[in-house]
Design a binder for this molecule. Structure first.
Ligand SMILES: [Zn+2]
Length: 246
């Protein structure tokens, strides 16, 4: 670009950053961007630079010639994302190279319409391949949200329904019988051991063995209760307030 064009470009920059345009600056920019034309993409580079927040929020944006060059190149290459060369029958290598350059330039500058996204081939792999591939690799989520939801779903015993009390995913385990301290419908402070084991991927335990262990625990708590009842008999006296009312 010429110094007069660089001056126009600096006027655009000044609209964003209040810099003082000067003949010296125009000369310097024209020299630094001698091979870059002043076109819509060059102006767009300035707009994109000031339309993008800085990495450090407190940083003051101040565009430099190299920013123009870099962003303009990005803008042009974005249009080439789905570029496919359209060949002509019987062309020589020289003709091919010239035509390729022309087509690339036409699409990159926006003069030729941007090619639409190419259609992907559909259909899964052969059945034998699919069988081998089972369990290989891991699921790549389409979005961060999906990823988070997935990890929440899998985290801990609450990530699965309880095989013991049928508590649903995300719901705490419930006490089936209820006690004086914890009536029916009260949630259990901890998930059932079977749920914890299942969440860790451990196989369910033998129900007979589990029943024996539970009976042992019940027996132990019965004995403990009996002992407490012997040592501290429950007083028959009613609790009264200071004013004497029951
Ligand atoms: Zn449970």
């Amino acid at each position: 670009m010429k110094p007069s064009e660089a001056s126009d470009l600096l006027t655009r920059c000044a609209a964003f950053d209040n810099r003082q345009p000067s003949a010296t600056a125009a000369m310097a920019w024209a020299s630094a961007l001698a091979d870059v034309p002043l076109d819509a993409d060059t102006y767009a580079a300035v707009d994109r630079y000031y339309g993008t927040p800085p990495k450090d929020p407190g940083q003051r944006l101040w565009i430099q010639p190299h920013d123009i060059r870099r962003i303009r190149r990005t803008i042009r290459s974005e249009r080439l994302e789905n570029f496919v060369y359209e060949p002509v029958d019987g062309e020589t290598p020289a003709e091919y190279l010239a035509r390729l350059r022309g087509q690339l330039n036409a699409v990159a500058s926006g003069r030729a319409p941007q090619p639409p996204a190419r259609l992907a081939l559909t259909g899964g792999p052969h059945l034998t391949v699919a069988k081998v591939l089972e369990g290989v690799g891991r699921h790549v989520p389409d979005s961060d949200e999906e990823d988070i939801a997935d990890s929440v779903r899998r985290a801990g015993p609450l990530g699965i329904p309880c095989p013991k009390c049928d508590a649903e995913i995300g719901r705490p385990c419930t006490l089936p019988g209820g006690t004086a301290k914890q009536p029916i419908g009260k949630t259990r402070p901890k998930p059932h051991p079977a749920r914890i084991a299942a969440a860790k991927g451990q196989p369910p335990r033998d129900p007979a063995q589990q029943a024996r262990e539970e009976e042992l625990r019940r027996e132990a708590s019965r004995r403990a209760l009996a002992r407490i009842a012997d040592e501290e008999p429950i007083p028959d006296t009613e609790i009264v307030d200071e004013d004497g009312a029951p």
